[in-house]
Design a protein around this ligand. Sequence first.
Ligand code: BES
Ligand code: ZN
Ligand code: MG
Length: 509
Amino acid sequence: MNKLLALLGSILTFSLIAQPLTVEFSNSPSRAVDQHVFFVNEAQTKLLPAALVDLNKQSNERIMKLINHHDFTGKKDSILHLEMIGDAEELLLVGIESDASLTPVDLHNLGGKIAAALKSTTRNLNVTIYTENLPQNSAAHLAMGYQLRHYHFDKYKSEKQDSISRLTLVTDDIPTNKQLFENDLTHIAKGTHFARDLAWEPGKSIYPQTFVDAVKALFKGVDKISIDVLEVAEMQRLTMGALLGVGKGSIHEPKLLVVEYRGGIKGGAPIVLAGKGITFDTGGTSIKPNSGMWAMKSDMSGAAAVAGAVYASAMRGEKVNLVGVMPLAENMPGSNAIRPGDVLETMKGTTIEVMSTDAEGRLILADAVYYAQQSFQPKMLVNIATLTGSAARALSDEYAALVTRDFTFSTEIMKVGEASGEYVWPLPLHPNHFDQLKSDIADIKNSGVGNPGASIGAAVLGTFVDEDLPWVHLDIAGVDWLDSATDTAPKGAHGWGVRFMDQLVRQYK
Ligand code: BES
Ligand code: ZN
Ligand code: MG
């Protein structure tokens, strides 16, 4: 598993971590299993499913006794965790209301819940999930959810949690589930793990060059991919003064990373995904307060999610032309850094007065989205960025902020969130938000006066996006880092956006 990530370790100055997990699909559990997982509805807590009847007998009816003892009624999402039942070290009974209504997202959440509920994390797990009583394809989706949740970042700990897990899904339909998982769903989980790894990784080791190295290693050997890196000289030639300006305080040069996947019809207009890649955000000259600044190591989450999403599409051979655009810079103070009041010339030819060097995401994205439109004539443009504290305060961990130019389109895009399990909620874009960007000495300024921060940030970007182009702006400042675990993610780096953009590509390709 994750050979690519393991390989990375030898190439880079930092190594990404593999999450050892083998996933198999089987008609029956073939070997001694340590952890058994069964789904039960209410009726089955009275009359056990066939596969459980044997275990119950083996254990002198202990399962039935414990079900009664714990008053376990198979209520939706409830889990009964039993230990040392017959040969089984752990036994999970997972309540489901009715099998037929389980959506893919429900199954991802259930798979993740199972991974989180297993207690023996210090040794090798050998888990079997029995899915025969669930609808077709359930096994594959459960496996994806399990894989999503099966993640930890302990590369800097002396004591590793190096257990190897083997997950077997018992199903009546091996080929369909195996195919769906191995050719499709597992790549979404891997893309998400990739994004998390980069977000967890300290700024000391992730900077524009190592970000590029990591993405190149991820795509090594992947079909129909071409990778282009614009260096400083090339960006100067294109007068990308905004992106270059943000990078000036750092010893690490900024870069514009472009990953192109050509899986669709030749010459067909692509979908462009543009992600903010600030490898560390000190705020620059407008320096941030000390407290919490460490978390700004994850200010490249948007770019990392873009790489992960393009990876998922490419690995399953999606019939789409897709371009990932990742402006990369480290926002540092220093004698060479830009100052508040400086004026930058963008690739579009317009100028931006920098009111705050901490509103840097919109600066690097301004040049990136303009470049993307000039070079690729996309049919749709998606921005994803940890752009504003304002979005985080408004929506926290539950929803990413969604900004488009029209509410009907926003409600359509909300459905992408519902189908992917990564939810978005619309914030407005009003003509006044653009008016607030009027500058005394330049064409626009990079921040308005006070509220509403997320919309003002979006308005800066909107200035660089063709009005006729379907445009989706996602502000993930709240969702990129989790204060507590969800079903499909441990706390910390979320990898938010890989699943959302993957779903968007499926729907709008
Ligand atoms: N990277 C931050 C946004 C952020 C804040 C992400 C909190 C995650 C958690 C961004 O670059 C920033 O500093 N934005 C400023 C903009 C302001 C100066 C107009 C903000 O939101 O305060
Ligand atoms: Zn900032
Ligand atoms: Mg947060």
